[in-house]
Ligand binder design. Structure first.
Ligand code: FAD
Length: 466
């Protein structure tokens, strides 16, 4: 179907932030909405890497297309404003809580399961207390777990609903430029997969390009004179252990959010994205960059015997350095270089002995890796000493809460890098200095998870609808 010359709202990026903008707008009366995404529509998103081999699809189906990085995510909806981003820097904690409840109801309406973990207050208090004895902070956060399988269906149901409501979606379309005239957004210049370039007008442009599009967004901001600030860059590994090591934490919490300040460097080390019974997975970015991630299914038949989680070291660089994304990519590329283009895995025991994990040593591991494509190697050739030391010290500390985590058979996959680097300057309704141009979600450096990304979409939609 041919596109119109002009829309009320163009949404760049159809991840959770873009989807919730559209969902909320359709509830506020008639509005011509066009959603553009460089990836495919959800029913065409297939990832060969999930069946064993990455064939470098262009664009990568894991992070681009309808539902963005949410499509194959673990689907953990964090129901606390303290987790998954910085929305409380823009709105009050009360407003954030109310909007999280509102967005959670929408997820439920589209098929999310009823179970919420982390509500057993007595047990949570006990765990927080136990953690504090070892200098560890445990951040309580109720979690609704969709699972990768259900998350996909929920987000697909949202697609069908929006198309039915008259929202137009065009996949395999990359927005190259936001068009601005006299300080006001007027539309976008986009390129279709066949190379054809088009200009489409709009009264409002909402840019929600996710982590994969954050560098492009920073370039747009610089070109349009919108301020950007360095965000922290989180670099680390994905840890994999048998379920039995983490069970007593994940049973009640689903995700144990642990923070520890490392002994040598006092760097913040934190766990993130815990997947009980889950699988370690690859995340592909432009220029062939591959980083590690993880997810799990809600279907008990698809669960594995392992739990995985990210262990990340946060750094906020100060002047004169202002390329944290490039720094993170550089580290991740080192791992890719040493493995011939993929993810590296090392046993903790080998790392501590200062030797490479060879294929033979990996075979001796009682923890069987769920990411079969990972190449055994030596992470000390990849991660800076500061990061590696902090990771080892944090694992040693967390072992007090999860005995046997600091075991020679614990697997470390590298690298896990979170690219929520540049914070684009926006007001408390996420409008930039350019009138009618809004930016939200992970790509704008505001959020780091499904729920907060969704909330930013609702806020922008309400602002546009007036
Ligand atoms: C494997 C994995 C597991 C995860 N598990 C969880 C979890 O359990 N819980 C949780 O809260 N979060 C999880 N996350 C993170 C979560 O998916 C993201 O926080 C969330 O999707 C961010 O939403 P967003 O809309 O801001 O961006 P995204 O979901 O990244 O969507 C951005 C979209 O913009 C498109 N785009 C980018 N640039 C352009 C352009 N120039 N033109 C057109 N389109 C463009 C992209 O193709 C993409 O579809 C996970 C992520 C991954 C990869």
């Amino acid at each position: 179907m041919a596109l119109k010359d002009k829309y009320d709202v163009i949404i760049v990026g159809s991840g959770p932030a873009g989807i919730f903008t559209a969902l909320e707008l359709t509830g506020h009366g008639n509005c011509d909405i066009l959603m553009l995404d460089k990836g495919r529509k959800i029913s065409s998103r297939k990832c060969p890497a999930r069946e064993g081999k990455c064939v470098n699809c262009d664009p990568c189906s894991i992070i681009t297309g309808w539902a963005g990085a949410g499509a194959f995510s673990d689907g953990k909806l964090s129901l606390s404003p303290e987790v998954g981003g910085n929305i409380t820097d823009y709105i009050s904690a009360e407003e954030a809580e109310e909007l999280i409840g509102y967005a959670d109801d929408i997820y439920l309406k589209f098929g999310a399961g009823p179970e919420v973990y982390g509500l057993n207050e007595r047990r949570i208090e006990e765990l927080v207390y136990e953690a504090s004895r070892y200098g560890i902070k445990l951040v309580p956060c109720p979690v609704r777990h969709l699972g990768t399988d259900r998350a996909f269906h929920v987000l697909k149901a949202m697609y069908e609903y929006l198309i039915d409501k008259g929202v137009e979606f065009r996949g395999l379309t990359t927005v190259e430029e936001v068009l601005v005239s006299d300080g006001e957004a007027t539309g976008v210049r986009a390129r279709y997969k066949n190379g054809e370039v088009t200009e489409i007008g709009a009264n409002h442009v909402v840019v929600a390009p996710g982590r994969g599009g954050s560098l492009w967004l920073s370039e747009q901001a610089v070109r349009l004179g919108i301020g950007i600030r360095n965000n922290a860059v989180d670099i680390g590994v994905r840890v994999e252990v048998p379920n039995s090591v983490m069970d007593h934490l994940t049973r009640d919490l689903y995700e144990a959010k642990l923070i520890y300040y490392s002994d040598t460097f006092e760097n913040k080390a934190r766990t993130f994205c815990m997947n009980p019974g889950g699988m370690v997975s690859e995340e592909h970015y432009e220029e062939g960059l591959v980083v590690v991630n993880g997810h799990s299914y809600s279907d008990p038949g698809l669960r594995t015997g392992n739990t995985n989680f990210a262990l990340l070291i946060s750094t906020t660089f100060t002047e004169p350095f202002n390329q944290p994304i490039e720094y993170g990519k550089y580290i991740a590329k080192l791992a890719n270089m040493l493995t011939g283009g993929g993810i590296m895995v090392q046993r903790l025991g080998d790392l501590l002995k200062g030797r490479r994990t060879s294929p033979d040593r990996l075979k001796k591991s009682t923890t069987v890796p769920t990411l079969k494509s990972a190449v055994p190697g030596d992470l000390s050739f990849v991660l800076p000493d500061r990061h590696l030391t902090s990771i080892v010290e944090a694992l040693r500390a967390f072992d007090k809460l999860a005995p046997n985590l600091y075991s020679r058979n614990t697997l470390l996959y590298g690298c896990e890098v979170k690219f929520y680097s540049s914070k684009v300057e926006v007001d408390n309704r996420f409008q930039t200095a350019v009138k009618g141009l809004y930016t939200i979600g992970d790509g704008a450096g505001i959020t780091r998870g499904l729920m907060q990304a969704s909330v930013t979409g609702i806020i922008v939609a309400r602002e546009i609808a007036g």
